[in-house]
Design a protein around this ligand. Structure first.
Ligand code: AG3
Length: 282
C-alpha cells in the first residue's frame, strides 16, 4: 500500500486510510470529489477531502437517518432529503413502500452523476425509482420558498464547510419548519459531538424556538471518527421521540425489509444520551 488518504477535518486529529486503488479525482462546480478503494471499507467517497460515505459502513448512517424518523412517524408518505447526493439515504427511504414520494434536493449534480456511475452498491436503483423526485437546487433556497410540505425532512449534509454552510443557518431551519407537516419530524446531520460539540449545540439552539421537542439521537459510524455521530431531532409532537419498542417492532415487521444496524431496540437506545452529549442539547 503506497498511498494514504489523509482527512484533516480537525486541527489535531487526522484520519488516514490506505488507498489500495485510486479510482477517481476531479472537481465539480462546487467541490473536489474523490473515490478510492480501501481493503477494509471498500469504495470510499470524499468531498473536499472529508470522507462522506464508504461501501462497508454506509448502512449505519443511512439506516439510522431514514428508519428512525420514518418508523417513529408511522405514516410518512412524502419525505424530503436535503443533500444526500450519493443516493444512499434515498435508497433507504424508498425501502418504505408507504413512502409515495421522495424528493431529494441536491446542490451538486456532479455528485449525483458520479454516484450513479461509481457507487451503485450504495445508491442501488434509487435514482430510477418512479417515486424519486430529484431537484438540483440549493437546499436553503428550496425550503425557504413556499411549496409542498413533507412528513419527514432529512438533512444529509456535509460538515458546515463548503456548499453545506447554508444548511446550518436559522433561515434554513425556519424553512424546514414551514415545509414540514404539523406532526412531522426533522432530522439533521450534526457531526461527532466529542469533536464537533458546537455543531450540535448550535443546531439545537437554532431549532429550539421553532419546535416543541428538540433533541438528538446517536449512531456509531466507523469512518466518522471520534465516537458517536449525533443526528438532530425536531418535531412539534413530543410523543414521536418515545414510541414504544412494541410499536416499532410491528412497524418494522410490516415494512418487510431487513436492516444491519437499525433495530427497534437500537432505535430506542439511540435516544439515550451520555451526559456530556445531553449537556450539549440542554
Ligand atoms: N454526510 C455526513 C458526513 C459527515 C462527515 N463528517 C465527520 N466525520 N464529522 C454524509 C453523506 C452521506 N450520504
Amino acid at each position: 500500500m503506497s498511498e494514504w488518504f489523509v482527512e484533516k477535518l480537525y486541527p489535531s486529529w487526522r484520519q488516514t486510510l490506505a488507498i489500495a486503488t485510486p479510482l477517481h479525482q476531479s472537481a465539480t462546480a462546487h467541490q473536489r470529489i474523490a473515490l478510492f478503494e480501501n481493503p477494509q471499507f471498500g469504495r470510499v467517497l470524499t468531498l473536499n477531502d472529508v470522507v462522506q460515505t464508504t461501501e462497508r459502513d454506509e448502512f449505519v448512517y443511512h439506516e439510522m437517518m431514514a428508519h428512525v424518523p420514518i418508523l417513529a412517524h408511522g405514516g410518512a408518505r412524502r419525505v424530503l432529503i436535503i443533500g444526500g447526493g450519493d443516493g444512499g439515504l434515498l435508497e433507504e427511504v424508498l425501502k418504505h413502500r408507504t413512502v409515495a414520494q421522495a424528493t431529494m434536493v441536491e446542490i451538486d449534480p456532479g455528485v449525483v452523476e458520479f454516484s450513479r456511475r461509481h457507487l451503485p452498491m450504495i445508491c442501488g436503483q434509487a435514482f430510477d425509482d418512479p417515486r424519486t423526485d430529484l431537484v438540483i437546487a440549493d437546499g436553503l433556497d428550496f425550503v425557504t420558498r413556499p411549496g409542498e410540505t413533507y412528513h419527514v425532512i432529512l438533512v444529509d449534509s456535509t460538515d458546515p464547510i463548503g456548499p453545506g454552510v447554508g444548511l446550518y443557518t436559522e433561515r434554513f431551519y425556519a424553512g424546514c419548519k414551514q415545509r414540514l407537516e404539523p406532526s412531522g419530524v426533522l432530522v439533521t446531520q450534526n457531526g461527532v459531538p466529542f469533536l464537533q460539540g458546537g455543531e450540535l449545540s448550535g443546531t439545537v439552539a437554532a431549532l429550539r424556538p421553532l419546535f416543541e421537542d428538540v433533541s438528538c439521537y446517536l449512531a456509531a459510524v466507523p469512518t466518522y471518527v471520534g465516537g458517536f455521530m449525533a443526528l438532530g431531532w425536531a418535531s412539534d409532537d413530543p410523543a414521536l421521540r418515545h414510541i414504544a419498542t412494541e410499536t416499532l417492532r410491528t412497524r418494522h415487521a410490516t415494512a418487510r425489509f431487513s436492516t444491519r444496524y437499525y433495530s427497534p431496540e437500537v432505535h430506542r437506545g439511540a435516544f439515550a444520551l451520555p451526559p456530556f452529549i445531553a449537556d450539549l442539547v440542554a
